[in-house]
Ligand binder design. Sequence first.
Ligand code: BTN
Length: 243
Amino acid sequence: MATYIGQKLFQFDVIDSTQNYAKEICNEAANGTVVMADCQTQGRGRLNRSWSSDPGLGIWMSIILKPNLRTADYPKITLVVAVALQEGLASFGVNAKIKWPNDILVEGKKVSGILTEMSGGDTVIVGCGINVNHSLEDLPIELREKASSLKVCLGHELDREDIYSKFFDLFEKYMCQFESEGFEPLRLKWLENTDSVGKDVDVVMATSTLRGRIFGIDHDGVLLVEDENVDLHRVISGDVIYI
Ligand code: BTN
């Protein structure tokens, strides 16, 4: 059972973005405070993309963390969230896989995304969006090729509270492990549950695109991509497209 994540929970019917509210309150908020909304009017994802957050269908939440880690370790929290999300969804029968850096896929389609942002020196805001009870027609037309929901994958609805409660338990367990034992056990778990390793990819970065094959992640959670000359590249940030 989670002892600090989700102990304090702010729930809204409608909000612009749980991420924004979490940022506003994070100085006074306790470690593990969660902001959740039934609907977001300006949900956002990585690279300032919009995140569709229709009422009643998904889990849209932001978790305020004050981790007992060096600041240099904070970027790895995204991968720890992915490990907890993947395992949590799998416990409901979902064949979920992690795609670097922040996606959870089922049958190649995205059902969940993670947005990790720093706020001040010692606070991290972890945003998670999970498409839960969407029917195919609830997903924006332009996303139907690439996105899905747990309901579409399983053929039945799920109770959103069951899912986020399970996630809180697992995420707390893995954050404690990260804080006490370091990243290596989580790196191994990540590698067990990703579908990225061995995939041929284009990695679209700020000023260039790298074509190669995913080799794994290193001890910093950085993506390792081998190009056609068998040179290994470290990718800190980029969009991975399976080809
Ligand atoms: C991504 O895949 O690019 C990350 C998506 C993160 C979406 C969540 S929903 C809750 C929180 N509030 C936001 O505005 N974004 C995150």
